[in-house]
Design a protein around this ligand. Structure first.
Ligand code: ATP
Ligand code: MG
Length: 432
């Protein structure tokens, strides 16, 4: 038996997993509203898949020799049946699984998106958490290059909607499997020549995933990586044409880009177009969005072969950038704060609150009893534009006094008294 008097040791959140309290969370909601409107503008529809999936989905879908699968997944055994399960480290694999399972592409391609948490066991630091959130956008069943370009143009619009200017686009093409195989042979030969300077990851990946060796952040390997044969030079005519098609459309849309032949992305499944949007304003965690084409993934996961392209935005990083770049006002808790004095007035306040909500206003009725002074303090802190005041006089005359709380609203701060019957009409004009 646990003795009830025994002190309970406080529980803290898991390292790298953040709480979002009302202030910051209101900012997230504001942000998500912009994002959902933006997605609707391009005909994307929402999907929600489970946070937990069979581990096999990710080892197969993301690739065995990737940072994510090798060291970042939260994997555990289901004690009830011994199955290996994994907290999703990204959303594409789950969305593709769902689209296969429900035959989503049987009669037409699909534009879908999902917003939610993903989990990676990384070293926590600014812009790198163990639970973070992605806006994941997938165009399933489209061969491109028009859709590749549309996705990028779409992102440029989001930056504009958010008022961001310091994000730039890096672009590359990974070609097709046969082109990658030819390049891979040349690359392995190059890496073998420099085997003495490869770090542990580099040596391990030399034969399993040599392309990823070039994605190193190790300064000692930079020169070797810079002089390595470039995949871009191995692209055949069709791959080139696809890439040119994307570039042409970006130019049509007035979007600048930089060809980065070293851009390979962390996931195994990409082909042809890959891109990242990066900023210098977030320190070393500067990639806010990454994406590309993954024409082989649907078939790899057991579906009927179909092309696809998509991207994922890191929400924490994008919000960080947004707050740094743009003055965003914290939204008010409510439009109207109702203060009252005396039991009759308190009961009237509850009724007035409901009436005002009927009229579409957001209303906080002060809970409990307190002096007018302390109630007004709360009203002020709520961000409401107007306080409704109910006391014995108001109850007797079936009126309400209203007081504007914001300097910008209606100029004078004097109270005015209005009949209860007309209150909603007077206040409705305040909205917006
Ligand atoms: P990085 O090179 O920074 O590790 P990544 O290539 O692993 O990024 P993706 O798998 O492409 O990242 O995920 C898409 C986006 O999610 C990234 O561009 C980034 O904005 C964000 N992101 C990735 N890992 C984290 C993390 N641990 N914490 C917060 N955001 C992250
Ligand atoms: Mg990573």
């Amino acid at each position: 038996m646990i003795k009830m008097t025994q002190a309970f040791q406080k529980v803290a959140a898991i390292r790298g997993m953040n709480d979002l309290l009302p202030g910051p969370s209101a900012r997230w909601e504001q942000f998500e509203e912009i994002v959902r409107g933006w997605l609707r503008g391009y005909g994307y529809r929402n999907v929600r898949t489970p946070v937990l999936e069979h581990t096999r989905l990710f080892t197969r879908g993301i690739g065995e020799v990737t940072d994510i699968v090798e060291k970042e997944m939260y994997t555990f055994t289901d004690a009830l049946n011994g199955e290996s399960l994994t907290m999703r480290p990204e959303m594409t694999a789950g969305i593709v699984r769902a689209s296969i399972e429900h035959n989503l592409l049987y009669d037409r391609p699909q534009r879908v998106y999902s917003i939610g948490p993903v989990f990676r066991h990384e070293r926590p630091q600014r812009g790198r958490y163990r639970q973070f959130h992605q806006i994941d956008v997938e165009a399933l069943g489209f061969a491109g290059p028009d859709v590749d370009a549309e996705l990028i143009v779409m992102l440029a619009r989001l930056w504009k909607l958010l008022g961001l200017t310091d994000v730039r686009l890096e672009l590359n093409s990974l070609g097709q499997p046969a082109e990658r195989a030819a390049h891979r042979a040349a690359l392995i030969a190059h890496l073998e020549k420099h085997v003495d300077i490869l770090d542990e990851d580099g040596k391990r990946r030399l034969y399993t995933n040599p392309l990823r060796v070039l994605d190193t952040k190790n300064p000692a390997m930079q020169e070797m990586a810079d002089s390595a044969p470039r995949l871009f030079d191995f692209l055949g005519e069709e791959s080139r044409a696809h890439f040119d098609g994307v570039c042409q459309r970006l130019t049509d849309a007035g979007i600048e880009y930089r060809l980065n032949p070293r851009l390979v992305r962390g996931l195994d499944y990409y082909n042809l177009t890959v891109f990242e949007w990066v900023t210098d304003r977030l320190g070393s965690q500067g990639t806010v969005c990454g994406g590309g084409r993954y024409d082989g993934l649907i078939e790899l996961l057991g579906g009927k072969a179909a092309p696809a392209v998509g991207f994922a935005i890191g929400m924490e990083r994008l919000l960080d950038l947004w707050e740094q770049s743009v003055q965003v006002d914290a939204p008010a808790e409510c439009d109207v704060y109702v203060v009252h004095q005396g039991e009759d007035a308190q009961r009237l306040a509850a009724r007035v609150g409901e009436d005002l909500r009927d009229a579409g206003l957001s209303v906080v009725v002060h809970a409990g009893a307190a002096s007018f002074k302390s109630q007004f303090k709360r009203a002020d802190a709520s961000g409401a534009r107007v306080a409704v005041i109910l006391g014995a006089d108001e109850v007797a005359s079936q009126t309400a006094s209203i007081k504007f709380l914001r300097a910008d609203a209606q100029g004078d701060a004097a109270q005015q008294q209005v009949p209860l019957a007309g209150l909603a009409d007077v206040l409705k004009n305040l909205k917006g």
